[in-house]
Design a protein around this ligand. Structure first.
Ligand SMILES: Cc1cc2nc3c(=O)[nH]c(=O)nc-3n(C[C@H](O)[C@H](O)[C@H](O)COP(=O)(O)OP(=O)(O)OC[C@H]3O[C@@H](n4cnc5c(N)ncnc54)[C@H](O)[C@@H]3O)c2cc1C
Length: 393
């Protein structure tokens, strides 16, 4: 019987563990999930909390309800992996042996990387949906704004599901337009990339929506620091310093993977410190018994929950494959659902080469539509809790 240890009971860890336990053919496995939190967080819903369309109760639920039946749950935090000895060290002082290891601890905001950002988030004028407890503050801040300047930042590579940084922007603009205050506001989006979105068709829809709401665009920016007292972002563009003032700020912060990944010799050497896996087979490039998926896996694609739906079956198949010749391959599918108003949304679905890859063979899911908004707000969460976490989808 295989001894499989899964690090992290988030979207990736639980859907993968459940899928392993559901296998009815071939070798059986004993699965241990190491997860310290008593709460499971469905992060995509935070965008709706930050837009006043959902409460935190739809985001956080008891972890024990979603732990796959048959899995052993260890409520502890991993502090190190020894790939040679095939052991995992836990913060309670114990050590765990593994036959195969699935590394899925996600990534978290790296607020220290931007001087002043933590102080700004502690103060009254800045918020982020990327910290669960601050998502309600986003809506308090944006819905309370009647005049002045609102600023939203967007980044893709080192944040989970980067494109969803547009969601609080467009849902706030729609609210301001409906309540008649949009004309009196200066709204800007500061994008830490050279284009609005890596796929041109999606970028075009975003550009149209920005024009409709009169939002100014600051492209190719690098946020150097935040000055909470002056209410200003200090950025550089083409090497030149600039200042962006705000009265209300929503930030997508840079993220990082846990330091023990690199400290254990499993890291890819990148700035986020993700796991160095083959981006198609999800197997570690130096250690065949280590696997990774989800936000912490170095797959060279924009990470997202939707991407995990494609990664999980590949990883589970490959762990049990008799030889690498039988491996399945992940094509790099990922998705960013981007709301362009409080009732329309587009699904930006792309493969590794940023070619459109629609899930249902319907190309125009990349057009903003009301039913995709309803799907993302209402149906997708139900599928997540009832199907994805159970390894059924
Ligand atoms: C605001 C926001 C909006 C988003 N919107 C969307 C969207 O609309 N669509 C979409 O597809 N994706 C979206 N995402 C991205 C999606 O939520 C992530 O891609 C997904 O949750 C990643 O799953 P994961 O399991 O890799 O990480 P997580 O879900 O973060 O889970 C990681 C787990 O590992 C645990 N862990 C951490 N460190 C350790 C340790 N040392 N030892 C043991 N366990 C540990 C954590 O407690 C956590 O439970 C959004 C994310 C955010 C933040």
């Amino acid at each position: 019987m295989r001894e499989i240890v899964v690090i992290g009971g988030g979207n990736a860890g639980l859907s993968c563990a459940a899928r392993i336990l559901r296998r009815r053919t071939g070798e059986t496995a004993r699965v241990t999930v190491v997860e310290p939190s008593p709460t499971h967080t469905y992060s995509p819903m935070l965008s709706y909390v930050g837009s006043g369309m959902a409460g935190l109760s739809s985001v956080c639920k008891a972890q024990r309800r979603y732990m796959p039946s048959g899995a052993r749950w260890l409520r502890a935090r991993v502090t190190r992996v020894d790939p040679q000895a095939r052991t995992v060290a836990l913060d309670n002082g114990t050590e765990l042996d593994y036959g195969d290891l699935v590394v899925a601890p996600g990534i978290t905001p790296d607020l220290d990387r931007v001087p002043g950002l933590q102080a700004a988030l502690d103060g009254p004028f800045a918020a982020t949906n990327y910290e669960t407890q601050l998502a309600t503050k986003t809506w308090d801040l944006m819905s309370g704004l009647r005049e002045g300047s609102a600023v939203f930042t967007v980044r893709f590579d080192d944040a989970a599901c980067g494109g969803v940084g547009y969601k609080p922007l467009f849902m706030a603009c729609d609210h301001w337009r409906r309540t008649g205050v949009l004309g009196g506001l200066r709204v800007r989006v500061v994008v830490e990339a050279p284009e609005l979105f890596p796929e041109p068709r999606v970028a075009g829809h975003i550009a149209d929506a920005l024009r409709r709401y009169g939002v100014e665009t600051v492209l190719d920016a690098c946020i150097e620091s935040v000055d909470p007292d002056a209410r200003a972002l200090r950025i550089t563009r083409n090497g030149a310093p600039e200042t962006v003032d705000y009265d209300a700020l929503h930030v997508v912060p840079p993220h990082r993977a846990p330091a023990w990944i690199s400290d254990s010799g499993l890291g890819d050497g990148g700035s986020v410190g993700r796991v160095d896996v083959d981006p198609e087979t999800l197997q570690h490039v130096r250690d065949p018994h280590v696997w990774s998926l989800g936000d912490a896996a170095g797959l060279g694609v924009m990470s997202s929950g939707g991407a995990i739906r494609s990664q999980s079956p590949v990883l589970v198949h490959n762990i049990f494959a008799a030889s690498s010749a039988q491996f399945q391959r992940y094509d790099g599918y990922t998705v960013a659902p981007i709301a362009l108003s409080r009732r329309t949304l587009l699904l930006a679905e792309v493969d590794r080469k940023l070619r459109p890859e629609p899930s249902f063979g319907v190309r125009d899911l990349a057009n903003p539509r009301p039913w995709t908004f309803l799907f993302d707000r209402w149906l997708q969460p139900a599928l997540y809790w009832k199907g994805i976490l159970r390894g059924l989808i």
